[in-house]
Ligand binder design. Structure first.
Ligand code: NAP
Length: 418
């Protein structure tokens, strides 16, 4: 006679649709392709997820870190998860009994026979740091969500790019008045655009990096700035009207905006005075670099001694946000290197080209244990920047693979590309 069939309880990995800001970080990070999405939700395939945790730290909101103990045979299918507006409640009878990691049979959404070994933070699957610099201030995260957002008032909105250029990039200042909204440089916020999408659901929040330092866009004020480019085309150059970017770029002074966040607990700046910042960005990816630079500028009077080196790419000078103010910064404060890709009559130049030209100085920073690297902007630049860092390190006699691993685990290499 057969014995009783063991009842297997799975600790199922789920993503909270109420907090998720659909930034795609988890899907990009997952080494086994267990995460997928549609227009509505990001979801985890129970039959593929091996519980390796590679996606947990990079998630800016913590939406990824949700688990339900379920009977393995009843694991939530991808098709169900895609329809959720909120997570299901935990069945008390199963709570605490689940184990992570093995694929659940018969769950819709793909299968993986060869599940790789678990990934640890700092392995090759994770290209940047998943820990903050050791001296970073402690960030506040998720103080407000889409059910209980905070209202901010627009106190400024102006175009940063030349009127003659195609890139319509805005500097938008939001004031939180007496409501607490503590932020650090490198963090981001979620903006909830009003209205609904074509399926009648409320729009999801969109994530924007904060462009001002922790003590306010205006020092001592409870406000912050965003750098927002009006989206008029998709990646295939087809005309689209970006829901949130158009909403933000059209805001008037006095308008009230629903805000979530703050988000982000790793892409943060070091607080120790002799730390060096090597900042590499394209377009609106300049937002966190502006925040860090401005914080260091204000703090400089109070003894910060570390070097700042910036590589900043844009299509043309007129399309580079903050061009004027950037050039006004003293040369002994920040070493600024610009790369323009579409200046008429000139060869295409990317940040990688500018870095190559300054190889000796970049290598000097790489040699220093107190150097922190930040890369923000287009997804496509990430490979190129890592390759040029490898070349510069190699030419300088540094072992890039070892240095790369060390910088990752020491919270000294931060990548934020979309
Ligand atoms: P963009 O104007 O399209 O591009 C900026 C520059 O990067 C251009 O010179 C472009 O050259 C160049 N570029 C293109 N591919 C490159 C590559 N593989 N390596 C190096 N440079 C390359 O940029 P954007 O529209 O402002 O977009 C910036 C990105 O930052 C967006 O993806 C955005 O989501 C992201 N971001 C924004 C924020 C924020 O708070 N707003 C925060 C984080 C990240 P070409 O002439 O070849 O196009």
């Amino acid at each position: 006679m057969n014995g009783p069939v063991p009842v297997e309880v799975l600790k199922q990995h789920l993503i909270d649709p109420e907090i998720c800001i659909r930034c795609n970080t988890c899907e990009e990070t997952c080494p086994v392709d267990a995460i997928t999405h549609d227009e509505n939700n990001y979801v985890v395939r129970a039959d593929t997820c091996n519980g390796c945790m590679a996606c947990i730290s990079p998630c800016p909101t913590g939406a990824i870190d949700n688990w339900r103990d379920v009977l393995k045979v009843d694991a939530y299918a991808v098709d169900d998860q895609l329809t959720w507006d909120e997570l299901p409640v935990q069945d008390d009878a199963l709570a605490g009994q689940g184990t992570i990691g093995e694929a659940a049979p018969g769950v819709a959404g793909g299968a993986s026979a060869d599940v790789p070994e678990p990934v640890i933070a700092g392995s090759d699957f994770v290209r940047g740091s998943v820990v903050p610099p050791w001296s970073a201030a402690k960030p506040y995260v998720n103080l407000y969500n889409h059910k209980a957002p905070v209202q901010a008032t627009v106190v400024g909105n102006y175009r940063l790019t030349d009127a003659s250029t195609e890139s319509d990039i805005h500097h938008i200042v939001l004031d939180f008045g007496k409501q607490p909204f503590p932020v650090l440089e490198g963090q981001s916020i979620g903006i909830i655009p009003p209205g609904t999408s074509s399926d009648g659901r409320a729009h999801h929040a969109r994530q924007y990096s904060i462009a001002s330092p922790r003590d306010g866009e205006r020092p001592g004020y409870n406000n912050l700035a965003l750098t927002v480019k009006r989206v008029t085309k998709d990646h295939q150059e087809q005309a689209v009207g970006g829901v949130c970017s158009n909403y933000l770029c059209d805001l008037k002074k006095g308008d009230v905006v629903n805000v979530m966040g703050p988000f982000g607990s790793t892409f943060l700046m070091p607080n120790h005075a002799d730390s060096h910042l090597l900042m590499i960005c394209t377009g609106t990816g300049a937002a966190p670099m502006r925040a860090m630079t401005e914080y260091r500028r204000r703090r400089r009077l109070k003894g910060a001694t570390g070097k700042l080196m910036l590589f900043f790419g844009a299509r043309t000078q007129g399309e580079l946000p903050y061009f004027g103010p950037l050039l006004n910064l003293p040369k002994d404060f920040i070493d600024t290197n610009l790369a323009f890709s579409r200046t008429p009559g000139q060869a295409k130049r990317y940040v990688q080209d500018a870095m190559r030209e300054r190889a000796a100085d970049v290598a000097a920073l790489l040699r220093h244990d107190h150097t922190y690297i930040y890369v923000c902007g287009l997804k496509g630049m990430e490979d190129g920047v890592l390759q040029v860092l490898q070349t510069i390190a190699g030419d300088a006699g540094l072992d890039w693979q070892a240095l790369w691993q060390r910088m990752k685990t020491e919270g000294r290499l931060h990548l934020e590309t979309y």
